[in-house]
Design a protein around this ligand. Structure first.
Ligand code: NAP
Length: 243
């Protein structure tokens, strides 16, 4: 049983992380679910066990190095690390406080760094790390702290790809566009409609679309690709006019 490749997924109780956990379980990975809320991560675990998947669950905050190290230390192997934990509170530029900025950067950027570093220590040659940045790294209104954190994730991904390439560990990023998850359901109906209208499809992506792209980088067959950011946004990042 322990010979199965193991994929760790943060933010696995909700949205893109949970959809990724489902997709990678279908692909044959043993899944380790990590999220900060014990009840929610247990709920995800119950779903996986009902479906007959091999899984384990840990409640841990990605900023808490000791808790993350303990979760990783409890598992026999780590082949794939998917960093889907994140927060994205919309706030007008002049209203963002230092505390708001620090919290978003701490969770989205420092949290990704902590998990990647702890994962890389334990990975063998052939390990795959996937970060989740965002199309918003190119720019988005009322999200300066979030945009900065996600542009940082892209830089961190490239730096880690260089530092880990001799160890045979690939590091790539997925940059999702507007996706239907717990994060985007927090928007007001007006904000949600405005964001949807900016999408080429006129609607948010289903999280499974993002999970399918993550599965590409999680596959051992694509481990020669490293340092790349793949935009999964229905073409929004291409810009341009027209339908
Ligand atoms: P989501 O449904 O809110 O899922 C994120 C999960 O991460 C939640 O369960 C959340 O728990 C958890 N989390 C937050 N902070 C954490 C921490 N410090 N430690 C551990 N877990 C934590 O949102 P999502 O849309 O799937 O987001 C997944 C990733 O995709 C994020 O990095 C996000 O920035 C990125 N992304 C999303 C979109 C989009 O349109 N949805 C677009 C581009 C990129 P709580 O509910 O307790 O916060």
């Amino acid at each position: 049983m322990m010979n199965k490749e193991t994929a760790f997924i943060t933010g696995a109780a909700s949205g893109i992380g949970r959809a990724t956990a489902r997709r990678l379980a279908e692909d044959g990975f043993r899944i380790v679910l990590i999220d900060r809320d014990r009840a929610l991560v247990d709920d995800a675990m119950a779903e996986f066990l009902r479906n007959g998947y091999e899984a384990a669950a840990h409640a841990a905050d990605v900023r808490d190095r000791a808790a993350i190290a303990a979760a990783f230390g409890a598992e026999a192997r780590i082949d794939v690390m998917v960093n889907a934990a994140g927060i994205g509170p919309m706030r007008a530029f002049h209203e963002i406080t230092d505390e708001d900025f620090r919290e978003v950067v701490d969770v989205n950027l420092l949290g990704t760094f902590v998990c990647c570093q702890e994962a890389a220590k334990r990975m063998r040659t052939g390990g795959r790390i996937i970060t989740i940045s965002s199309r918003a790294a190119l720019g988005a209104g009322n999200f300066a702290h979030y945009v900065a954190s996600k542009a940082g994730v892209i830089g961190l991904t490239r730096a880690m790809a260089i530092d880990l390439r001799r160890a045979g560990i690939s590091v790539n990023s997925i940059a999702p566009g507007f996706t239907d998850t717990g994060m985007t359901r927090q928007l007001s109906p007006e904000q949600h409609a405005a964001a949807s209208a900016l999408e080429p499809s006129g609607q948010p992506a289903d999280p499974s679309e993002i999970a399918n792209a993550i599965a590409f980088f999680a596959s051992p067959r694509t481990s020669f690709v490293t340092g790349q950011t793949l935009f999964v946004d229905g073409g929004k990042s291409l810009g341009g006019q027209g339908v």
